[in-house]
Write a protein that binds this ligand. Structure first.
Ligand code: NAD
Ligand code: GLY
Length: 353
């Protein structure tokens, strides 16, 4: 088990096969209340809903199943409100708790519901995608999107436990499996050069070690800078400033999150060559790894560089020229630079076309 060390709010992240079946017993161990909501999406509920519900029931809980449509569009305030209303109708009160069963969309949305329901109830993350197991289920960032951008409404709310059942990854479609490697490659680029070698030679029959390594990287960063105050946690945004702009410009749901981040990583590597002395051969290695996972490294048809820049301009800091941008001077290291200008970003976006 990996521990996210946050004093009294510390929690464990378990990675391995069959963990979903232990959900009820684990929740009992944590002393959680009887009533709970298992929040999932329309793809995941039919696959794993029954396993989670059965585990909870057999441990004496009274779970209510709540299913939202699959996809990024569900990460909205309206959807969060709809879930809260279902929970109220089901008689769940302040002693209730939440299970987030699914990918990063469900994790961010259900975590946000847990943060606001009766001013905050506990929750357990049961991530079922690579993105969620290596990144989003760990660290307590929860939230929803608005028309103006990603994750603009949200709360820090740490889970009580994360159960990353790697058996659930077997049903991930190929595209969703591959997209997760954008975040894995990001972790390697900012913190662990050897992780990139492991990504290049991945054994799909043995995913636990690579997922655990990513969790360790993220857990350490979150423990050092939970609320993104010192700049340490901001390093996790490598590739995300431009990536989020691309996601918004494409229209939520067109590109998968990891696909937009892949393009953001390519642009961030180019900026790192220009502004931080990254060796172009190391940048090419990152691009080659992204390509190995069939992730985009050039802007797909129909997403104009202008639209991305317009999405970035929604960020006032960007317009005022005071952007903080994560750069990577050599693989395995990163820092936050104040040296990147809007023109540099424009140039990097243009080069993606
Ligand atoms: P997702 O949750 O939309 O899942 C991708 C697709 O896979 C969906 O269609 C889903 O229904 C399906 N799916 C999930 N698990 C499955 C399984 N086991 N078998 C078959 N299908 C399955 O997307 P994602 O890539 O997991 O997460 C992306 C989201 O995570 C974005 O909203 C992003 O902003 C967020 N994110 C948050 C953080 C954070 O720190 N909170 C970090 C990274 C990403
Ligand atoms: N995924 C970025 C963070 O958790 O800070």
């Amino acid at each position: 088990m990996v521990t996210v060390a946050l004093g009294p709010r510390s929690y464990g992240v378990k990675v391995g096969p069959g963990l979903l079946g232990t959900l009820g017993a684990e929740a009992k161990e944590l002393g959680l209340g009887n009533g709970c909501a298992v929040i999932s999406d329309a793809n995941v509920t039919p696959l794993y809903g029954a396993r989670a519900m059965e585990s909870l029931r057999s441990a004496g809980f009274r779970p209510v199943e709540i299913t939202v449509p699959a996809g990024e569009k569900s990460k909205s305030l309206e959807q969060a409100q709809w879930i809260c209303e279902r929970m109220i109708e089901a008689g769940l009160d302040r002693r209730a708790w939440v299970v987030a069963l699914g990918g990063g969309v469900v994790g961010d949305l259900a975590g946000f519901v847990a943060a606001i329901y009766y001013r905050g109830v506990p929750f357990v993350q049961a991530p079922t995608t690579i993105v969620a197991q290596v990144d989003s289920a760990v660290g307590g960032k929860t939230g929803v999107n608005t028309r103006n951008g990603k994750n603009l409404i949200g709360a820090f709310h740490q889970p009580r436990l994360v159960l990353a059942d790697i058996e659930t990854l077997a049903t991930l479609p190929e595209r969703e499996f591959n997209e997760g490697f954008a975040e894995v490659i990001k972790h390697g680029a900012i913190r662990d050069r050897t992780l990139l070698d492991a990504v290049a030679e991945l054994d799909r029959a043995n995913l636990a070690p690579i997922i655990r390594r990513n969790v360790e990287i993220k857990a350490r960063i979150v423990a050092a800078d939970e609320k993104e105050k010192t700049g340490e946690r901001a390093l996790l945004n490598f590739g995300h400033t431009i990536g989020h702009g691309i996601e918004a410009a494409a229209g939520y749901g067109k590109l998968l999150h990891g696909e937009a981040i892949s393009l953001g990583l390519v642009a961030a590597c180019r900026l790192s060559i220009a502004k931080a002395g990254l060796d172009p051969a190391e940048a090419r290695l990152v691009t080659a790894l992204l390509e190995q996972y069939h992730l985009p490294v050039r802007l797909p048809e129909g997403i104009a560089a202008e639209a991305i820049l317009a999405a970035l301009k929604a960020d006032k800091k960007f317009e005022e020229g005071a952007i903080r941008f994560v750069l990577c001077p050599r693989l395995g290291e990163a820092f936050v630079s104040k040296d990147v200008t809007p023109d540099d970003v424009r140039q990097a976006v243009a080069e993606l076309g």
